[in-house]
Design a protein around this ligand. Structure first.
Ligand SMILES: O=C(CO)[C@H](O)[C@H](O)COP(=O)(O)O
Length: 222
């Protein structure tokens, strides 16, 4: 099986959580793309989707799912999204697709956050992949200097502008021993919109596609 087969397996597994009249939060990325493909079958029973990016919105529209403005609902019933990494507490790094801020807003609005992943995404200590930070353009140099003080190697992700008109700085070689503290620290740097560390709001469930089938991990705090 290829990585894409595992991504598809994870995306399809999330479909079983969809119930009648639900508002579905939809993330961004290649794993979620398989979930969106599967959502076609359920599009007539749900109220619609709150989308985290232009690319997901376009794909949802193509298959005929109603798009709901995030300002028009108080919550989403479930939020389904991919991850770059997750740890044993279901804390995550996200934002490989540069959609982290909208993803964080929808995660905050979600009654249940269902993360979908293949086995390459499971880690013991967060920081194997780079940590994305969305930054307003005029604060780039200042934020990079501040991020260096935290021990990693920050690099501007060239040629990427987020859906919110901002830039992404990726921080490499961070070993994240205290994720909630680091999330708060980075979010408090002036000019940072948000960091792609989802520690204060971890996933409720991770559906992990493995050679043995889908493994389910549950967050003990929720
Ligand atoms: O956070 C994300 C986008 O901002 C994605 O969910 C994350 O990067 C995983 O992507 P993929 O499913 O393509 O591996």
């Amino acid at each position: 099986m290829t990585w894409n087969d595992f991504k598809k397996m994870a995306g399809m597994a999330a479909l079983e959580y969809i119930e009648k009249d639900m508002v579905i939060g939809v993330g961004t990325g290649s794993t979620v793309s398989y979930f969106i493909d599967g959502l076609k079958r359920k599009k007539n029973i749900i109220r619609g989707a709150v989308s985290s990016s232009t690319s997901s919105t376009n794909k949802l529209k193509e298959i005929g799912v109603s798009i709901i403005d995030s300002n028009d609902v108080d919550y989403v019933d479930i939020y389904v999204d991919g991850v770059d990494e997750f740890n044993n507490n279901l804390m995550m790094i996200k934002g490989g697709g540069a959609a982290l801020t909208r993803e964080k807003v929808i995660a905050a609005m979600a009654k249940k956050f269902i993360a979908i992943a293949d086995e390459s995404k499971k880690v013991t200590i967060l920081g194997k992949s780079s940590l994305p930070v969305e930054v307003i353009p005029m604060a780039k140099s200042y934020v990079i200097r501040e991020l260096k003080k935290l021990g990693g190697i920050p690099k501007h992700r060239k040629h990427v502008i987020t859906d919110n008109g901002n830039i992404i700085v990726d921080v490499y070689r961070l070993k994240i021993f205290n994720p909630t503290h680091l999330e708060d620290q980075i979010n408090s740097i002036a000019g940072v919109i948000t960091v792609g560390l989802f520690a204060n709001r971890p996933a409720d469930i991770v559906l992990l596609a493995t050679h043995q089938g889908i493994k389910r991990f549950f967050c003990e705090d929720n």
